[in-house]
Design a protein around this ligand. Structure first.
Ligand code: SF4
Length: 352
């Protein structure tokens, strides 16, 4: 198992390699290559100038072999297929890690005006670049999911969405998509991700549709950080997040609900860990990831943001992992989703 310190270093500094499975831009905070690191699905930033390099399947630091195998995840066979109306499957959903299918069902966000958008997010950039389509229909997702399971052994599906203007904040379309996929591939475990819906009953609709876990992502519990980094989303009171998490835990179960916490947004590490403790207490898994500023985001294009120090990432990750272990909440116990996948966080290397 990779140590938390090394995993944090890699998350922050990235590696130089040519990974065939890679996503650029998209929702959320990363732009990574997908590899098996010591046999474990891992998303690593590709940084051509990194001191960490993959050569002949081994991880090197300044040319010295660190004793770990790195195998790029192979390009999945379903990427070569197209829908009847000619859309390549890879524009509808992408392979994450080794066995997770993931997509953003609505690739636009009501909060994407420059003064509103999350400064680390590039959700509409992959749409502009032509890498994906604006709205994935339930039928398209069912078709692609069936092929990904059959041809590539995919075991989980992660469905996220840009936020809509409706009171459901996009959850109703997610529920329609889940229903269609479950009908086509009943054994595929599905996680949905959305903002806290104003009508909490829609969380029950998502569960009834067949989703087994949910991510309701706050990114930070620090109000100043929220206002600065997420002016639009940060206007949703934390009380709405807490109400949605509680209801989601009631509906989906303890440790089937998760949220991202991003290290490197300027939050005091002790406060971040204290916030994680509150989440664990609620039964919500805090999925700790470092900020990865990517091109096309305001964080890079305007702010010149940089990644946090690896030592801070390792410290916060270790402390949050200890909280999770003490509460008997591990990512492996989640049935689907980012915590179950674990590729974007160092938490798994810390035993959570
Ligand atoms: S942790 Fe989430 S975003 Fe990262 S590779 Fe896994 S499913 Fe994708």
């Amino acid at each position: 198992m990779t140590s938390t310190a090394l995993r944090s270093e890699l998350a922050v500094r990235g590696v130089a390699l040519d990974a065939p499975v890679r996503r650029r831009g998209g929702a959320g905070p990363s732009d990574d290559g997908h590899v098996l690191l010591d046999g474990v699905g891992t998303a690593l930033p590709i940084v051509a100038t990194s001191r960490y390099r993959v050569s002949e399947g081994r991880l090197l630091l300044d040319g010295a072999d660190l004793g770990l195998d790195v195998e790029p995840v192979r390009r999945p066979a379903f990427y070569d297929l197209r829908t009847a109306d000619g859309i390549p499957y890879h524009q509808i959903a992408r392979l994450h890690g080794a066995d997770v299918l993931a997509t953003t069902v609505v690739q636009t966000c009501v909060r994407y005006a420059p003064e509103q958008r999350c400064r680390f997010c590039a959700i509409e950039e992959s749409l502009r670049s032509g890498a994906t389509t604006a709205v994935k229909t339930p039928a398209q997702l069912a078709e692609v999911a069936e092929a990904a399971v059959r041809l590539d052994g995919v075991r989980q599906l992660v469905l996220t969405t840009g936020t809509s203007a409706g009171r459901d904040r996009g959850a109703r379309h997610l529920a329609r998509c889940v229903r269609a996929v479950v009908e086509a591939v009943p054994d595929l475990a599905i996680q949905v991700q959305c903002e806290p819906p104003e009508e909490l009953a829609v969380l029950g609709d998502l569960r009834d549709a067949g989703a087994v876990s949910i991510g309701i992502h706050v990114e930070s519990l620090d109000e100043q950080v929220r206002r600065r980094w997420m002016p639009g989303k940060g206007s949703v009171p934390l009380s709405e997040y807490r109400a949605a998490w509680r209801e989601a835990v009631r509906v989906f179960g303890r440790n089937q609900v998760s949220t991202y916490l991003i290290v490197g947004l300027g939050e005091d590490p002790d406060e971040l860990v204290a916030g994680a403790a509150e989440l664990v207490e609620l039964g919500v898994y805090p999925f700790v990831v470092p900020l990865r500023p990517i091109a096309g985001t305001l964080a890079v294009d305007v702010d010149g943001a940089v990644t946090p120090p690896a030592a801070v990432v390792a410290d916060v990750t270790s402390r949050v992992a200890a909280l999770l272990r003490a509460a008997d909440m591990t990512g492996a116990d989640q049935r689907a989703g980012c915590a179950a996948c674990g590729a974007c966080s160092a938490l798994r290397s810390a035993g959570a």
